[in-house]
Design a protein around this ligand. Sequence first.
Ligand code: ADP
Length: 310
Amino acid sequence: MELHITGLSKTYANGVAALSGVTLSIGHGLFGLLGPNGAGKSTLMRILATLQDADCGSARIRDGERQIDVLNDKPAVRALLGYLPQDFGLYPKMSAIKLLSHLAQLKGIDDRGERRERVEGLLQKTNLWSDRHRALGTFSGGMRQRFGIAQALIANPRLIIVDEPTAGLDPEERVRFHNLLAEVGEDVVVLLSTHIVADVAELCPRLAVLNMGRVLVEGAPVAIAARLFGRVYATSVARNDLQQFALRYRVISTRLRAGRTVVHVISEVPLGEGFEAVEPTLEDAYFAAIAGVLPAPPDDPANAAAAAQD
Ligand code: ADP
């Protein structure tokens, strides 16, 4: 199962170019789509979930011998899609088990026994079994998201799209949600959009960074972080000095730690006293990509050209 997106573009009626020539190849397993708010993630997800049309470009699913044109064969996509949108409505007075069973019926699982088996299995898998008779309106944010995943999985989807699923969850619920996603299945495509680097760093074998409608970088988290190898330095700066500091150094992130601001900077030349060379993280690479200063990968022709000039 693979998803190939080529040159996908979308401009809204108000002139906002939400996607500009997005090209991505996504294999089975978990794929992270990382980007700040407004990057175009939801637009891309909605187009792939057949809820919105693109202006141009193509998206194709290859499932064994079968090929599906995502933009033009919406029924075929819907038959294999499980979607957890950013905001989804629940019937607050209905119980989890009732709504899930109802949704299963809407998805065409007509056999009662089969429906029951699936619904009960998913309630157990999402750890909602003991709350299955509770009204959905009383669920916490984390429980709602777990219910959201249960409804997305109801018809054995082969393409699963989850849009910002951990926004608003506490750390414990986030871990629980991550574990659930990781379990979902190896041979299906799971597309996870988020603006939280930690969501994808450990969970997704591959990811893409999207900003202003464009793919900035794509690959394995470790390989992306490695592009900054030997170039990231940390130091601690007093708050009032930050502005001045940022004029001298290329700051990629600042973080408050025990009352001090820990700053990560990128430098092509070794930085001496007061700086500590640190192992680059995906977060460093993400901020560098957004700032447009992430170096090309070592085998990139751009590097070869630069080396030839030296
Ligand atoms: P993300 O999910 O990464 O936050 P979105 O896809 O929601 O990004 O939005 C991308 C850009 O498109 C943003 O600038 C947003 O304001 C704009 N946008 C999204 N939906 C609409 C819409 N229905 N009409 C006009 N502009 C929109």
